[in-house]
Write a protein that binds this ligand. Structure first.
Ligand code: SAH
Length: 347
């Protein structure tokens, strides 16, 4: 297996069969070797730096009905909220003081946040914090809309592809959502000039290793600036309530493989990884991740943005989250820095 990993490092690629063997390999020594190679690759590009993204979960209204997601529109038990423009700006203000240089506005697909509402908000954030990057994660929109938001000043966009297999995609989403439109959105975002993040859940219902290999092939083709991956975690009020949580070990192996395949990629150790395993984010960093996304949302809405059960950090103040994250990162030998943390091609 070591030869295989060395070849992955050299060629940044393997055959489907080889990827399958690596993903399924449970030998501790092999996975530690894979992680050590991923750390080398990451340190060559980004050193020991870990970038912070201040996550502002600004609305949990959503018109979509994704089968895995706790804020899907059919979940009548979800208590809906929407932050005001003032509240969002105040999150940015406290985040800025705490050292965040990237803000991520994430939410459900909420019709209230039309281009006419978002454009002035984006402009105001960028005017107040010109040295900060602004990331949007608000789902599928038309290209004209993405263009307007980009022109207003948004720098980056996160839209996970969820799975690169059309049939699998259709088993995770209602019929009105289409795999082809998801893909079109990603290519549109890239063409407009955003730093684009895609990604998938690990261990989502019906997922096989073949699907994960398709995901890797898609990443090779799309060349995203960021890749967000985390284990699937069931939410009790969704059709997938009784499904199993995705494997932390496989998530970690994929983080390492993705780091080696795309050396410059920005790779978060996600909240879902930290939820599935108390030390998940630390393990993620040791597997090649170089981004963490502490929560900046006001504490009174934290426990309402629940995509899955048992989400961590729903009770903590932003200041506490950043203190805790900084310590956790330090403990594993890395350093949280107050920088925008752009992809190397954009900095
Ligand atoms: N509405 C936005 C933001 C979605 S939430 C959008 O469509 O992009 C961000 C990500 O959380 C999703 O893309 C999905 O991959 C992940 N997610 C949703 N439900 C989840 C679950 N039950 N377990 C793990 N991750 C989940």
């Amino acid at each position: 297996m070591k030869d295989l990993i060395d070849r992955l490092v050299k060629e940044r690629d393997l055959s489907d069969e080889e990827f399958e063997r690596l993903i399924l390999c449970e030998d501790k020594e092999t996975t530690e070797y894979l992680a050590s190679k991923a750390r080398e690759v990451r340190e060559d590009v980004y050193g020991k730096e870990v970038y912070l993204r201040g996550l502002i979960e600004f609305t949990n209204y959503c018109k979509n009905d994704c089968l895995y997601c706790g804020i899907r529109r059919s979940n009548k038990n979800a208590e809906r909220y929407r932050l005001t423009e003032e509240q969002i700006l105040s999150c940015c203000e406290s985040g800025y003081k705490l050292g965040f240089r990237t803000f991520v506005l994430q939410g459900g697909e909420d019709a209230y946040f039309s281009d006419d509402v978002l454009v002035p908000l984006i402009k105001e954030i960028k005017e107040k914090y010109p040295e900060c990057a602004l990331t949007l994660s608000i789902g599928e929109r038309e290209k004209e809309s993405y263009q307007k938001l980009f022109d207003a000043g948004a720098d980056r966009y996160l839209l996970r592809h969820e799975t690169a297999d059309k049939e699998h995609y259709e088993s995770l989403h209602p019929a009105e959502l289409s795999f082809d439109h998801r893909m079109k959105c990603l290519w549109d975002l890239k063409e407009i000039g955003y730093q684009v993040g895609c990604g998938m859940m690990i261990g989502s219902p019906n997922q096989t290793v073949k699907h994960l290999i398709k995901d890797l092939r898609f990443l090779q083709e799309f060349k995203p600036e960021m890749v967000g991956i985390g284990p699937f975690i069931p939410h009790h009020d969704t059709p997938f309530a009784d499904c199993e949580t995705g494997s932390v070990e496989i998530t970690l192996k994929l983080l390492s493989i993705i780091r080696i395949m795309l050396p410059e990629v920005l790779l978060p150790a996600t909240t879902a990884l930290g939820t599935a395993d108390g030390l998940g984010r630390e393990k993620g960093i040791l597997a090649g991740a170089n981004v963490v996304m502490p929560n900046l949302s006001p504490t009174d809405v934290r426990d309402k943005y629940l995509l899955y059960d048992n989400k961590i950090c729903t009770g903590d103040e932003a200041a506490e989250c950043i203190r805790c994250m900084t310590l956790r990162v330090k403990k594993v030998g890395y350093e949280v820095v107050q920088k925008r943390g752009d992809h190397i091609r954009f900095s």
